[in-house]
Ligand binder design. Structure first.
Ligand code: NAP
Ligand code: FE
Length: 367
């Protein structure tokens, strides 16, 4: 066993966690660039960060966060703001979009590069220190060194990965997620489920990855009624954020599989939210790759308190009702478009283009 367990991020979770850790934030630097979208003004996260940085006399400037599914111009805006302010660390507040854009911006700033270079050359392993404060409960990006940025020509989502991009600190306060609406909550929760499921069934998984995945899935199981009824009390919000964080730690070890790569097509070309795009394909993916993960499917279903994949599919469809009509020709394009990335993943069985198409068709036409 060459590799057992390493995450370089200190994860702190609980009510009032930002103010309780002002000193840890201040240890990251003297000039903080805060990357935060509009939602951070309303959910209490931005005012807590201002208070914590002011208490420790850390200078700060705020740049607005990117649009969902950030692209190179979004990243460049953060890089420019960081250079203008001479930031020596970044505080990223929000969902996966601002945190991912900030991770790559932190690397570009440390390496004296601009976002245009993302098309051309791999990032070296250097980045400004980053604190991540998630306000959605889904991506788990606060807990790993991945960043997903949309590139043009051809339009695609590309994963950037370098250890230095892992946040130094992840500060998770469930109350920042209270303002998520029912659809955002559901889509991000199913994204977390996809991370846990894909991390669990991949080939080459580690024992610790398996333990993490089952722990996260059990917490999600506690939220099934909340997701179905679209009413979330403090316990449900806490469980969702915790499960998402565990999903992020799982991914730090296990990476995602074909459904994420396939889902990017639905997000890029249909605007389907990321979590829904991965979730809608999940049951069919597990069914088609069952030969390599029969035992794991049983354990996933037990952890979720479900009987079979039909129940999982029906649950996801109820939580995130499918919308839009698809033709076979369109799905053929998506199967082709995702094949390059999806087939190279450590999926439970060797997959081919035909399988990708069958999963798309079964999930989106024959549902
Ligand atoms: P998001 O794209 O970051 O945010 C979606 C929307 O939710 C935005 O309009 C945002 O508004 C709003 N929002 C955020 N927090 C809110 C709150 N507490 N209350 C109300 N509204 C809130 O959503 P996400 O699903 O978290 O992130 C998706 C991105 O993460 C995708 O690009 C995906 O590819 C990536 N991802 C990364 C990883 C990874 O490991 N790196 C894993 C999975 C997915 P504002 O803009 O105003 O904040
Ligand atoms: Fe995801």
């Amino acid at each position: 066993m060459d590799h057992f367990f390493h995450i370089p991020t200190e994860l702190l979770f609980g009510d009032g966690i930002v103010m309780k850790n002002a000193d840890k934030l201040a240890r990251l630097g003297k000039r903080a660039l805060i990357v935060a979208g509009k939602s951070a003004d309303a959910n209490g996260s931005l005012s807590d960060i201002y208070a914590a940085l002011d208490e420790k006399s850390v200078a700060h400037a705020r740049v607005m966060g990117p649009k969902p599914n950030p692209d190179q111009p979004d990243v460049q805006r953060i890089v420019d703001a960081g250079r203008d302010f001479r930031a020596d660390f970044i505080v990223a507040i929000g969902g996966g979009s601002p945190i991912d854009a900030s991770k790559v911006a932190a690397a570009l700033l440390a390496q004296g590069l601009n976002a245009a270079s993302l098309e051309r050359k791999p990032l070296k392993d250097a980045a400004l220190p980053l604190a991540a404060i998630p306000t959605t409960a889904g991506t788990g990006t606060e807990a790993n060194s991945y960043s997903i940025i949309t590139l043009e020509n051809p339009k695609r989502k590309k994963t950037f990965l370098t250890p230095a991009m892992a946040p130094r600190l992840g500060l998770l306060d469930p109350k920042y997620t209270y303002s998520l609406d029912a659809d955002q909550t559901a889509s991000t929760a199913i994204d977390a489920m996809a991370h846990l499921v894909e991390g669990y069934v991949r080939t080459g998984r580690t024992r610790i990855g398996e333990m993490l995945a089952l722990e996260g899935l059990s917490r999600l199981a506690d939220c099934k009624d909340a997701l179905l009824n679209k009413t979330y009390d403090a316990q449900a919000r806490s469980n969702l954020l915790y499960a998402a964080m565990i999903g992020g730690v799982t991914l730090a070890h296990c990476r995602t599989l074909a459904p994420h790569q396939m889902g990017y097509q639905l997000t890029n070309f249909r605007g389907m939210p990321h979590g829904q795009a991965c979730g809608v394909l999940m049951a069919s993916f597990l069914d088609k790759t069952r030969a390599g993960c029969e035992e794991q499917i049983g354990k996933i279903l037990r952890a979720l308190g479900m009987n079979d994949l039909g129940e999982l599919k029906a649950f996801i469809a109820k939580v995130l009702p499918p919308h839009g009509d698809y033709t076979r020709e369109e799905l053929e394009r998506y199967a082709e478009g995702s094949a390059g990335d999806a087939l190279g993943k450590p999926n439970p069985v060797e997959m081919d283009r035909e399988m990708l198409l069958n999963i798309f068709v079964e999930s989106l036409i024959e549902n």
